[in-house]
Design a protein around this ligand. Structure first.
Ligand SMILES: *[C@@H]1O[C@H](CO)[C@@H](O)[C@H](O)[C@H]1NC(C)=O
Ligand SMILES: *[C@@H]1O[C@H](CO)[C@@H](O)[C@H](O)[C@H]1NC(C)=O
Ligand SMILES: *[C@@H]1O[C@H](CO)[C@@H](O)[C@H](O)[C@H]1NC(C)=O
Ligand SMILES: *[C@@H]1O[C@H](CO)[C@@H](O)[C@H](O)[C@H]1NC(C)=O
Ligand SMILES: *[C@@H]1O[C@H](CO)[C@@H](O)[C@H](O)[C@H]1NC(C)=O
Ligand SMILES: *[C@@H]1O[C@H](CO)[C@@H](O)[C@H](O)[C@H]1NC(C)=O
Ligand SMILES: *[C@@H]1O[C@H](CO)[C@@H](O)[C@H](O)[C@H]1NC(C)=O
Ligand SMILES: *[C@@H]1O[C@H](CO)[C@@H](O)[C@H](O)[C@H]1NC(C)=O
Length: 416
């Protein structure tokens, strides 16, 4: 490079820098206010199709109601102090992975009312100060694993009114401060059971108006801060044991308008703060299978509930005598048998060798061993016959060897 070209280079360099400075001033259609924190810029409703070049001390940026179709990758490089961005009500269809790299100060992202359809892994990653992320009213159908990762301050995530089909494992990693997760009005069918472990401080979870048919037991277990859980307008038909357990802060549980017929024993457990159990609009089956829920509710009069049988009777108004038959103590099973409900009937579920209506008969009474000796197989509890070397489980002829102590008449022969 000779002296001349260095001069040209230097001139060119300064020209670019000064254009940069010019470019970085307030766009004519926007309103900009400088204060001690930097520049606050409002370019709302200006038919913008891109984010205009802005001053590098911009900390508040309002770009709502424009025609912006994409956000430049690493756009925070130009605005390292950006704290809040409103870019809602635009035409954004995708957010490339490195869009928010360098947005160290970013605290709020408002991307609602756009046309985003997929959230790729690592899109919202490593934003150490991000507190609120609003993506409601987009077209999101897929959220991949690792989408919301290493967001240690994220407290609010709004995904209301999208087309999300499932919440997969590892969607949230190190998102430990998430307090409010809004997932209502989506198409969710499946929720990975591990999800809630990653968001231990969740206070509010809205999953209403989705397509959930089944909740795996322990999905919500140990969400010790959870206060409100909305699951209304889904397609649940059975609440399995251990579905709502150890939720010490839960106040409101809304399960209205599902298709719940059965609430299994121990579906609810340790819910000391529960004050509202909203179950209206579910055709609960009021045969003996309702007994565990009924007795759980009767013992907890502080819980308001509108749970009704399919015939319209309030569960809490069911009378004790009608359900007494379902009380396990009323079965009188012998020999360790357990009373179980079988539709409206009760029956003894016997253990070991015992059979009969009340587990009063030994299987060996009815089991025919011929001339062999009946005993109860200790491993599987079934009647077996001890015979001889030729026959295994039934002895058609008397056992010859008188020395066999297990021979049916051996004791008699020994006396004679
Ligand atoms: C931005 O400007 C619009 C009018 O153009 C106004 O309605 C809106 O409230 C302003 N936003 C902020 C955050 O000041
Ligand atoms: C913004 O740009 C000016 C001049 O180009 C520079 O002096 C300043 O350090 C920059 N500020 C930030 C926060 O990058
Ligand atoms: C911006 O979007 C509006 C509404 O969609 C449309 O009427 C208008 O033509 C668009 N303007 C530009 C410059 O694309
Ligand atoms: C929304 O997503 C669906 C596919 O899930 C697609 O067919 C549709 O065109 C999208 N709509 C917009 C406005 O992007
Ligand atoms: C989660 O955060 C911890 C502590 O900051 C870190 O050691 C760990 O690697 C992070 N996990 C992932 C998967 O990023
Ligand atoms: C719930 O918490 C208990 C006690 O803190 C712990 O033993 C158990 O493993 C936890 N269960 C789940 C599913 O995290
Ligand atoms: C509804 O069913 C319950 C439980 O079987 C019964 O006790 C109650 O009398 C029924 N109510 C009506 C109105 O049929
Ligand atoms: C019980 O165990 C015995 C001996 O192992 C076996 O022969 C028999 O088939 C078993 N019965 C059942 C019902 O599993």
């Amino acid at each position: 490079m000779d002296i001349m070209s260095i001069d040209i280079f230097v001139l060119f360099f300064f020209a670019v820098v000064s254009i940069g400075v010019v470019k970085g001033t307030c766009p004519s259609t926007c309103s900009c206010v400088d204060d001690s924190s930097g520049s606050k810029i409002n370019c709302s409703s200006k038919y913008l199709e891109r984010i205009p070049p802005l001053t590098n001390n911009t900390y508040f940026l309002e770009l709502g109601f424009n025609n912006i179709t994409e956000i430049d990758i690493q756009f925070c490089k130009e605005m390292p102090q950006l704290h809040t961005i409103y870019i809602n009500n635009n035409l954004i269809t995708k957010v490339p992975v490195n869009t928010f790299v360098d947005c160290e100060q970013l605290y709020r992202i408002h991307l609602h009312h756009n046309e985003i359809s997929v959230i790729e892994p690592f899109t919202f990653m490593d934003l150490p100060n991000l507190y609120a992320l609003d993506l409601h009213y987009n077209n999101i159908s897929t959220i991949k694993a690792f989408s919301f990762m290493d967001l240690p301050r994220l407290a609010y995530l709004n995904l209301f009114n999208n087309k999300i089909r499932s919440i997969v494992s590892y969607t949230f990693i190190n998102t430990t401060n998430l307090g409010l997760l809004h997932l209502a009005h989506n198409h969710i069918k499946d929720i990975a059971v591990q999800i809630c472990k990653a968001v231990p401080l969740l206070e509010g979870l809205d999953l209403s108006v989705n397509l959930i048919e089944y909740i795996q037991p322990t999905t919500f277990k140990n969400l010790t801060s959870l206060q409100v859980l909305h699951l209304y307008d889904n397609e649940l038909s059975t609440i399995e044991p251990f579905t709502f357990i150890n939720l010490p802060s839960l106040r409101d549980l809304h399960l209205t308008r599902n298709n719940i017929r059965h609430i299994r024993e121990q579906a609810f457990g340790y819910l000391p703060s529960l004050s509202q159990l909203v179950l209206a609009g579910n055709p609960l089956n009021c045969d003996c299978s309702i007994f565990p829920l009924w007795s759980w509710l009767i013992e907890r009069s502080s819980i308001a509930t509108n749970a009704k049988c399919s015939n319209g009777t309030l569960i809490t108004s069911l009378q004790s005598p009608a359900l007494d038959i379902c009380n396990p103590d009323n079965c009188h099973c012998f020999n360790g048998g357990k009373c179980v409900a079988n539709g409206n009937e009760l029956a003894c579920d016997c253990i070991g060798q015992w059979t009969g209506e009340f587990c009063q008969e030994s299987q060996c009474i009815s089991h025919d061993c011929g001339f062999g000796n009946c005993y109860i197989e200790p491993v599987n509890g079934t009647a077996q016959c001890l015979c001889d070397d030729i026959y295994v489980n039934f002895c058609p002829v008397p056992i010859k060897d008188a020395r066999t102590k297990t021979d049916k008449f051996g004791w008699l022969r020994n006396i004679l």
